[in-house]
Design a protein around this ligand. Structure first.
Ligand SMILES: Cc1cc2nc3c(=O)[nH]c(=O)nc-3n(C[C@H](O)[C@H](O)[C@H](O)COP(=O)(O)OP(=O)(O)OC[C@H]3O[C@@H](n4cnc5c(N)ncnc54)[C@H](O)[C@@H]3O)c2cc1C
Ligand code: FES
Ligand code: FES
Length: 1215
C-alpha cells in the first residue's frame, strides 16, 4: 500500500493509513500544530479555512499556487502538494510577513477569526501577481493593481471589522495605490510625504514573493512520479480503461459506497450524512483534464477547474475566434461570479454540471453553457455518447457510474457561417444573474444567458431577430431550460414594444417554479427584467445601434453604467490629545499580529487533553412533543460513541441557563418545547463521530394530548401566552396620546409592519472545553460574553458549590450578542458530560446545529397609529408591538425598554405603546447587535417615511421638523438628557448636511431620476439617539517584581479592542507615579484572560459600555497603587535624585508595599445613563428591473466623546 506524502509549511508528512473522507482541515487542526485554519461555515462559503496549495510540475519545472478551502478539500487529494497556512506565511518566531504586519498596523483584525484566511488569500494574490509578465512595480510594491488587491479577499468573510481597513492593508501593496487613499494606520502620521510613508510600512520586496515549494518534495516527485495512485479507498486512475475497470469492480463491492470526486466542493452544498469509503479521483485521466481549442470551439475536460476554464476561455489563441471570442469572454466573466476564487480553484466544470443534472443544483454554468449549444461526452460502462447539454439536463438523473468526460463549447461564427460572412448581421451574447451579493459566494435567485443574431431591417426602422437562444435557470426549476416557445416566437420578428410585450407574456408561462421556493414572484419578474434589459435597447435606439454596430458594436453600450462595486475610498480625520497619553492614541490592537498569523489561541485551538471526548447536541425537530426515547438509525451504527447524556444524568438542577428572568432547562424533561430544544448530548471519540452520531439519532416522539404548538405571535395573543415584564423594566408612556391625536390635521390608523429574525453568524461557532479537576472541581474554557453567569449555571446544574467551578475565557471568534446567553448551555453541557464521565469533553458546534439552536434576533409585529400636522410635525404616536421571544425568557424582557429607548429619538408629541413579549414554541430569541434598538430604528424611520408619503412632502423635512429640541428631549428622556450643551444632535445634523453635500446631492439625484428610466437613486439623512447604560465592573492590577504589569477586568475581549484600551488606561494610570521610564509602560502591561475564580462579578460584556467601565475600574486600581507608591517614590527621589519605574517597584517589594489592587467601578447617578448622538447620510441606487441595490456613499458623524482609541473605534465602522 503506498503512502500519502505532502508538506505543510515546509514540514514533510507521510501517512499510510488515512480515512479517505478526512478533509485537509480535519487533518491540519487535529494532527498538526497549525491551528490557523479555522472551521467556520464548513461549506466553502467564508474563507476562514483557506490554505495555499502548491503543485509542482516536474516536466515544466514549474510550481502552480492557488488557494483552496481546506474544509472541503479531501486530504488524499493533496498528495505531492505543498500546503501553506497563515503560520507558514509568517509567524512570531520566524518573523511576521509584511501582510500580517500591515493587517495589524491598518487595524484590520478585530476578533481575528477570519484574519489568517484573509492573509493566505492575499498571500496567494501576491505570489501569483509576481508570476505575471506585468511591468516591474515601484520598489516596495507588488505587481497587483488596486482593483486586483481589493478583489483578492472577495469571498473571505469578516463579520466584525468594517472591510475598509482590511482593503487598505491589501491596497498598500498595490503598485498603483495613492498613499493618500490609505486610511488611518499606525505607520505614519497625516501629512507625511509618500516616500516617508513607504519607508514606514513593513517592507515588501516582490522578488521574494514565492510559495517556496520544498526541494525534498520536488525531488520525491521527480523520482517517484505518481506517489499515491491507490490505497486507503482512494483511487487515482490515469486512463479511461482504468476508470472503467474501477467502476466495474465497484459492482462486486456490495455495500461500500464509491464516489467519483474532483474538488469535493459539492459537499459544501449537499452535506454528506455518512462518510464514503471509496473515492475515484478523476484528475489524472488525460481525456477528463484536457483543454483543446480548434476552429470549431473549445473542448474542456470535466475535471478542469472553473478557474482553469476561465483562463482558457480568456486566452488569446491561434484560431482568432472573432465574435466567438466575445462569447467565450462573457462566459468567463460570468464564471468569475461563481462562488469564490478558493472554490473555483478546486471545483470542476464537470462536478457542477453533474450536480445540476443529478441533484437539481441551481447552476450558473449549466445555464450559460446551455445558451451556446454546448455538447457533452458521457461515458456509461464501455459506451461513450455525445449529447447536447440540453439533452443531458432533460434526462432522468444519471446513474452514479456514468461519467461526464468533457464538454465542447462551439465557436459561434463557425457554426453560423451566414453571421460571420454578412456585414449586416450581428451576434449578441449576454449573461445575467441576480443574487443576494454581486461578487460571488451567493447562489443566484435566477440566472440567464441570451444569444441572438440580429440584423437591421432594410429601411433601418427596426431590428430583426434572425435567431435567438434564451436560457434560464436557478429559479426553482429542476434544471436550466431553454425558453423554446419564446425563441420561436421571436425568431424572424422585427422588434417592437408589442413584440417584446408578447414575448414577456409568453415567458411568464414558462418560468414557473417548483413548490416551496423562496421569493417566487421576484424570480419571475427577474426573468422578465433580464429579457427586457437584453432586448429593449434594440427597440429604443435602432438608429444608434446601426451607427455603432457598423463600427463594431458589441452590445456593450447597454451594459450597466459601471458603479464602484468595491470599497474605493474612505477618509478619516482624528484629533488626539496628549493629556491622558497613551489613552486616546490610535495604537494597534493588542494581539493583532498573532491573530493574522493564526497563532492566537481560541477555545478550539487549545490542544485536547489526554482522553478527551467530543460532544454534539441531539435536538428536537418537533416544536412541541413528548420525547419517548432516542435510538440510532438501525443499520448505521455510529462509530466511537462513548455516552449519551440526558436530563437523567444531571446531579443538580436541570438548568442550562440561569438569569434574573428565570431558568432555562439544559435538556428537555419529557416534553421538547421547540424545534431545536436540547434533548441529549452524544459524546464520542472525535467531533466528526459525535456529529455523525447526532445526525443518525432517531427520536421517538408522542404528541398525544398535547395542545398544538404556538408558532406565531398572533397565536400567542389568541392563547394569552406572554412573558411578564417586571415593573422595573417597563418603560413609561410619554404625554397624552388622545390629546396629541386631537391636535393632528391627519391621521394614519392601525398601519402594520413586520420584522423578521436574523442569525448572528459569528465566525467561530459555539464552543467549550471542560476538564475535570481534583476534589470534585471542574475547569471550563468557553467562548463567552458572560463567564460569570456561565459559572453560576454550571455550579447549579452540577449541584456543587461555586468555588468548585472555574470558567476561563480568553478570546471570542465573534459574538455579537450570540455568545452572551446562548453559549451558556453549551459550556454547561460540556461540564455535565465531563462531570459524569470524569474525562475532558469538548464541543465545536457544527454550523447547522448552531443555526438551528441560536434563536437570533427578535421578530416583531407592529401596529401603529400616528397623528400629524400638514407640515409633517407629528403630534402623537401609538404602537402595539408583539415581540416573538420564543420559548424561554432569555433576556427578552429587556426588549421593551430597549425598543422604547430608541423610539424616543424623535419628538412624537405624545408616545403611547403596548408591548407584549410573546412566548411561542420557537427557539428562544436572544440579544443580538443592538437588540431592540435596530428594530426600533427601523420602525421610527418607517413611520416617518409613511407620514412623508401621505403628505407627499420631502421625507428629510419630516425628519427635520420632528427632531427634538432640548426641552422635548428632556421631556422624553427624563433624567438622562444631560445638560443642554451636551445635546449635540442638532449640530451633528447640520454639520453632516454640509460635509456630505446633502442638499446639492439631493438635487443631483432628482436630475438623475428624471433622466433614467430603469435605475433610480435615493438619499436620506437619519439621526440616532442611543441611551447608554453602564454597569458595575471590576478590575484588578498587579505589578510584578520586574515592573511588568498584569491586568484583569470584568469585561471580555470580543475583538472590540477592550484589552488594548485597558492597556492604555493602565499605562496612563500608573504613569501618574511620575518616575522615569513610565513612557514605556504600555509595553509592560499584559491583560489576561477572564478567570471567574480570580476576578468575580464580571457580569456580561454587552451594550458597548464594557470598555469604558473596565477602563474606569482599572483607573481606580491604578489610583490606589499610585497612592501606595507615592510616599516611597518621594523618599527615594530625595535619596537618589531620580527614580526609574523598575527601581521603584523593586524597592516597593523590599518594603512590602501591596502591589496588587482591585476595585469595583460602580457608576454614579450622573454617569450611569447618558445619551449618545449620531447621524448618517446614505445614497443608494436601485435597478428597477432586477431589484439590485448599491450603496453609493455613506457619510457618518458620531459623537463618541473622546475616543479611548480612535483606530480601534474606527475599525468598527462598516465602510
Ligand atoms: C460556497 C459555494 C458556492 C457556490 N456557488 C456557485 C454559484 O454561484 N454558481 C454555480 O453554478 N455553482 C456554485 N457552486 C458550485 C460549484 O461550482 C460546484 O461545487 C463545483 O463546480 C463542483 O465541482 P467539484 O469538482 O468540486 O465536484 P465534486 O464535489 O467533486 O463532485 C460533485 C458531484 O459530481 C460528481 N462528479 C464530479 N465530476 C464528475 C464527472 N466528471 N462525472 C460524473 N460525476 C461527477 C461527484 O461524484 C459528486 O456527486 C458553489 C459551490 C460552493 C461550495
Ligand atoms: S470556507 Fe471553509 S470554513 Fe468556511
Ligand atoms: S475580525 Fe473578521 S470575523 Fe472577526
Amino acid at each position: 500500500m503506498s503512502s500519502l506524502v505532502f508538506a505543510v509549511n515546509g514540514q514533510r508528512f507521510e501517512l499510510s493509513n488515512v480515512d479517505p473522507s478526512t478533509t485537509l482541515l480535519e487533518f491540519l487542526r487535529s494532527q498538526t500544530p497549525f491551528k490557523s485554519v479555522k472551521l467556520s461555515c464548513g461549506e466553502g462559503g467564508c474563507g476562514a479555512c483557506v490554505v495555499l496549495l502548491s503543485k509542482y510540475d516536474p516536466l515544466l519545472d514549474q510550481v502552480e499556487d492557488f488557494t483552496v478551502s481546506s474544509c472541503l478539500t479531501l486530504l488524499c487529494s493533496v498528495n505531492g502538494c505543498s500546503i501553506t497556512t497563515a503560520e507558514g506565511v509568517g509567524n512570531s518566531k520566524d518573523g511576521f510577513h509584511p501582510i500580517q504586519e500591515r493587517f495589524a498596523g491598518f487595524h484590520a483584525s478585530q476578533c481575528g477569526f477570519c484574519t489568517p484566511g484573509m492573509c493566505v488569500s492575499f498571500f496567494s494574490a501576491l505570489v501569483n501577481a509576481d508570476k505575471t509578465n506585468g511591468p516591474e512595480p515601484r520598489p516596495g510594491f507588488s505587481k497587483l493593481t488596486v482593483s486586483e488587491a481589493e478583489k483578492a479577499i472577495a469571498g473571505n468573510l469578516c463579520r466584525c471589522t468594517g472591510y475598509r481597513p482590511i482593503v487598505d492593508a491589501c491596497k498598500s501593496f498595490a503598485t498603483d495605490v495613492d498613499m493618500e487613499d490609505l486610511g488611518l494606520n499606525s505607520f505614519w502620521k497625516k501629512g507625511e510625504s509618500d516616500e516617508v510613508k513607504l519607508s514606514r510600512l513593513p517592507s515588501y520586496n516582490h522578488c521574494n514573493a514565492s510559495s517556496k515549494f520544498p526541494e525534498f518534495l520536488k525531488n520525491e516527485i521527480k523520482a517517484g512520479g505518481d506517489l499515491f495512485s491507490e490505497g486507503h479507498g482512494w483511487y487515482s486512475p490515469t486512463s479511461i480503461e482504468q476508470l472503467q475497470s474501477l467502476l466495474e469492480m465497484d459492482d462486486d463491492n456490495n455495500g461500500t459506497t464509491m464516489n467519483i470526486v474532483v474538488g469535493n466542493t459539492g459537499t459544501g452544498y449537499y452535506k454528506e450524512l455518512q462518510c464514503n469509503e471509496r473515492y475515484i479521483d478523476l484528475k489524472y485521466i488525460p481525456e477528463v483534464s484536457i483543454i483543446r481549442k480548434d476552429q470549431t470551439g473549445i473542448e474542456i475536460g470535466a475535471s478542469v477547474t472553473i478557474s482553469r476554464a476561465i483562463k482558457a476561455l480568456r486566452e488569446e489563441n491561434e484560431y482568432e475566434f472573432r465574435q466567438g471570442k466575445m462569447v467565450f469572454k462573457r462566459i468567463a466573466d460570468h464564471m468569475e461570479k461563481i462562488a469564490t476564487a478558493f472554490i473555483r480553484n478546486s471545483g470542476s466544470i464537470g462536478g457542477n454540471l453533474i450536480m445540476a443534472q443529478r441533484k437539481q443544483f441551481p447552476s450558473d454554468i449549466a445555464t450559460i453553457l446551455l445558451s451556446v449549444g454546448t455538447l457533452v461526452n458521457i461515458m456509461t460502462g464501455q459506451k461513450i455518447e455525445k449529447l447536447t447539454l440540453e439533452e443531458l439536463l432533460e434526462m432522468p438523473p444519471l446513474h452514479s457510474k456514468s461519467v461526464l468526460l468533457s464538454i465542447k463549447i462551439p465557436c459561434w461564427e463557425s457554426r453560423n457561417k451566414d453571421i460571420s460572412s454578412e456585414n449586416d448581421t450581428k451576434l449578441l451574447f449576454e449573461t445575467y444573474r441576480a443574487s443576494p451579493r454581486p461578487l460571488g459566494n451567493a447562489l443566484p435567485y435566477l440566472n440567464a444567458a441570451f444569444l441572438a443574431e440580429i440584423s437591421l431591417c432594410n429601411n433601418s426602422t427596426g431590428v430583426m431577430l434572425k435567431y435567438c437562444q434564451l436560457a434560464f435557470g436557478a429559479y426553482g426549476t429542476k434544471h436550466s431550460i431553454k425558453a423554446r416557445k419564446v425563441e420561436e416566437f421571436l425568431t424572424g420578428k422585427v422588434l417592437s414594444v408589442g413584440v417584446l410585450y408578447d414575448a414577456i407574456k409568453l415567458l411568464g408561462t414558462i418560468i414557473t417554479h417548483d413548490d416551496g421556493i423562496s421569493s417566487p414572484a421576484y424570480r419571475s419578474s427577474l426573468a422578465v427584467g433580464f429579457l427586457f434589459e437584453f432586448l429593449s435597447p434594440l427597440i429604443d435606439t435602432p438608429a444608434e445601434i446601426s451607427g455603432g454596430w457598423l463600427n463594431g458594436y458589441d452590445n456593450g453600450q447597454f451594459d450597466e453604467i459601471k458603479l464602484p462595486t468595491l470599497m474605493s475610498s474612505a477618509k478619516q480625520v482624528i484629533q488626539s490629545s496628549k493629556e491622558y497619553h497613551p489613552v486616546g492614541e490610535p495604537i494597534p490592537k493588542t494581539g493583532a499580529a498573532i491573530q493574522a498569523s493564526g497563532e492566537a489561541v481560541y477555545v478550539d485551538d487549545i490542544p485536547s487533553p489526554t482522553n478527551c471526548l467530543h460532544g454534539a447536541f441531539i435536538y428536537s425537530t418537533e416544536p412541541l412533543a413528548r420525547v419517548k426515547g432516542i435510538k440510532f438509525n438501525p443499520g448505521w451504527s455510529p462509530d466511537g460513541v462513548a455516552a449519551l447524556i440526558t436530563v437523567k444524568d444531571i446531579p443538580g438542577e436541570n438548568v442550562g441557563l440561569a438569569t434574573i428572568f428565570g431558568n432555562e432547562p439544559l435538556y428537555a424533561d419529557e416534553v421538547a418545547q421547540c424545534a431545536g430544544d436540547r434533548i441529549a448530548f452524544v459524546v464520542a471519540d472525535t467531533q466528526k463521530h459525535a456529529d455523525l452520531a447526532a445526525n443518525l439519532a432517531v427520536i421517538d416522539y408522542d404528541k398525544e394530548n398535547l395542545e398544538p404548538p404556538i408558532l406565531s405571535v398572533e397565536e400567542a395573543v389568541e392563547r394569552c401566552s406572554f412573558f411578564e415584564v417586571p415593573s422595573f423594566l417597563c418603560p413609561e408612556q410619554v404625554g397624552d396620546f388622545s390629546k396629541g391625536m386631537a391636535e393632528a390635521d391627519h391621521q394614519i390608523l392601525s398601519a402594520k409592519l413586520k420584522l423578521g429574525s436574523q442569525y448572528y453568524f459569528y465566525m467561530e461557532t459555539q464552543t467549550a472545553l471542560a476538564v475535570p479537576d481534583e476534589d470534585n472541581c471542574i475547569v471550563v474554557y468557553t467562548s463567552n460574553q458572560s463567564p460569570e453567569f456561565t459559572h453560576d449555571t454550571i455550579a447549579k446544574c452540577l449541584g456543587i458549590p461555586g468555588h468548585n467551578v472555574r470558567v476561563i475565557m480568553r478570546r471570542v471568534g465573534g459574538g455579537f450578542g450570540g455568545k452572551a446567553i446562548k453559549s451558556i448551555p453549551v459550556a454547561t453541557a460540556c461540564a455535565l458530560a465531563t462531570y459524569k464521565l470524569q474525562r475532558p469533553v469538548r464541543i465545536y458546534m457544527n454550523r447547522k446545529t448552531d443555526m438551528i439552536m441560536a434563536g437570533g434576533r427578535h421578530p416583531m409585529k407592529i401596529t401603529y397609529s400616528v397623528g400629524f400636522k400638514s407640515n409633517g410635525k407629528i403630534t402623537a404616536l401609538k404602537l402595539d408591538i408583539l415581540i416573538d421571544a420564543g420559548i424561554y425568557p432569555d433576556v427578552s424582557l429587556v426588549m421593551p425598554e430597549h425598543i422604547v429607548g430608541t423610539l424616543k429619538k424623535y419628538d412624537w408629541g405624545a408616545l403611547s405603546f403596548d408591548i407584549k413579549v410573546c412566548k411561542t414554541n420557537l427557539p428562544s430569541r436572544s440579544a443580538m447587535r443592538a437588540p431592540g434598538e435596530v428594530q426600533a430604528s427601523f420602525i421610527t424611520e418607517a413611520i416617518i417615511e409613511h407620514v412623508a408619503s401621505t403628505l407627499s412632502i420631502d421625507v428629510d423635512s419630516v425628519r427635520n421638523i420632528n427632531l427634538h429640541t432640548y426641552n422635548s428631549l428632556d421631556f422624553f428622556y427624563k433624567n438622562n438628557a444631560g445638560e443642554p450643551l451636551e445635546y449635540t444632535l442638532p449640530s451633528i445634523w447640520d454639520k453632516l448636511a454640509t460635509s456630505s453635500s446633502f442638499y446639492r446631492r439631493t438635487e443631483m439625484i432628482k436630475e438623475f431620476n428624471r433622466s433614467n428610466k430603469w435605475r433610480k437613486r435615493g438619499i436620506s439623512r437619519v439621526p440616532t439617539v442611543h441611551e447608554v447604560i453602564l454597569r458595575p465592573t471590576p478590575g484588578k492590577v498587579c505589578i510584578l517584581r520586574d515592573g511588568s504589569i498584569v491586568v484583569e477586568v470584568g469585561g471580555v475581549e470580543l475583538g472590540q479592542g477592550l484589552w488594548t484600551k485597558v492597556k492604555q488606561m493602565t499605562a496612563y494610570g500608573l504613569s501618574l507615579t511620575q518616575c522615569g521610564g513610565t513612557d514605556e509602560l504600555l509595553e509592560k502591561v499584559r491583560v489576561i484572560q477572564a478567570d471567574t475564580l480570580s476576578l468575580i462579578q464580571g457580569g456580561m460584556t454587552a451594550g458597548s459600555t464594557t470598555s469604558e467601565s473596565s477602563c474606569e475600574a482599572v483607573r481606580l486600581c491604578c489610583n490606589v497603587l499610585v497612592e501606595r507608591l507615592t510616599a516611597l517614590k518621594e523618599r527615594l527621589l530625595k535619596q537618589m535624585g531620580s527614580i526609574e519605574w523598575e527601581t521603584l517597584i523593586m524597592q516597593a517589594y523590599m518594603n512590602s508595599v501591596n502591589l496588587s489592587a482591585s476595585s469595583l467601578f460602580i457608576p454614579g447617578i450622573s454617569s450611569r445613563a447618558y445619551l449618545n448622538y449620531g447621524a448618517a447620510v446614505s445614497e443608494v441606487e436601485i435597478n428597477l428591473l432586477t431589484g439590485g441595490t448599491t450603496i453609493l456613499q455613506t457619510d457618518l458623524i458620531y459623537d463618541c466623546g473622546q475616543s479611548l482609541n480612535p483606530a480601534v473605534d474606527l475599525g468598527q465602522v462598516i465602510a
